[in-house]
Design a protein around this ligand. Structure first.
Ligand SMILES: Nc1nc2c(ncn2[C@@H]2O[C@H](COP(=O)(O)OP(=O)(O)OP(=O)(O)O)[C@@H](O)[C@H]2O)c(=O)[nH]1
Ligand SMILES: [Mg+2]
Length: 214
């Protein structure tokens, strides 16, 4: 096949998006454990530092532009937000957790994410998968290590989504993905390169969600 023909074929190839999401809606928001909804559907939690792209990735997964509120100002999500998502007839709840590690918020507030996340992880029997987000351009810190420890202690299956992959040129991107895949601080074999902007990794993330929810 000529290069031109190959390019044309590539353009025509259907996107591997899988079944469409038929429902994506906010279920509830909570600032305290007392407001958490009673567990009633398999759940996927999105965890990661402030501004890493949690809300954006969640929107990309459900193919909605602004279901979860995103912002270039870190620390936008200060509540736990539950979203009800139906895809191929199966209902899953997505939980957008508040981001951590934003230096400009008060110290007291910075400590609060731990309380929130501990309260959430303490009693969530329907939690099937945690998606830990890590900016492709950064290295994991002790915050990510701590989260991974908590998740492992509680036997919560976890995948790492490397975010904002569109921000690097292909060579540099491949190099960073390689470095992070080899990082002793991240679980090897469960790392997915993603971009909320281009849709990179979305089918793989759905495959991980489908596998985890059983
Ligand atoms: N280029 C690019 N920008 C992204 C991507 N994902 C998120 N962003 C941008 O990064 C900023 C933060 O994204 P959010 O999705 O709001 O991040 P968050 O993790 O939910 O942030 P908090 O709610 O503050 O914890 C926004 O300006 C987004 O547009 C991506 O894949 N590519
Ligand atoms: Mg957010």
């Amino acid at each position: 096949m000529t290069r031109k023909a190959a390019q044309k074929r590539k353009r025509r190839a259907p996107r591997r998006t899988g079944p469409a999401v038929s429902v994506a809606e906010l279920l509830t928001s909570a600032a305290h454990a007392s407001g958490f909804p009673a567990p009633d559907a398999p759940e996927v939690a999105f965890l990661g530092r402030s501004n890493v792209g949690k809300s954006s990735l969640l929107n990309a997964l459900v193919n909605r532009k602004a279901l979860a509120r995103t912002s270039s100002t870190p620390g936008k999500t200060r509540l736990l937000n539950w979203f009800r998502v139906v895809r191929a007839g199966a209902e899953t709840w997505f939980v957008d957790l508040p981001g951590y590690g934003y230096a400009k918020v008060a110290k007291k507030e910075r400590a609060q994410w731990k309380d929130w996340i501990e309260a959430y992880l303490a009693d969530r029997e329907t939690l099937r998968l945690a998606v830990l987000l890590q900016d492709l351009r950064r290295d994991p810190t002790e915050d990510e290590t701590l989260l991974l420890e908590w998740l492992a202690e509680r036997d919560v299956p976890t995948v790492v989504a490397l975010t904002k992959c569109d921000k690097l040129k292909p060579m540099r991107r491949a190099e960073r993905v390689r470095v992070l895949r080899r990082s002793p601080d991240l679980p090897a074999g469960q790392i997915i390169a993603t971009s909320a902007q281009t849709g990179l990794g979305i089918p793989e993330l759905w495959a991980a969600i489908d596998a985890a929810r059983g």
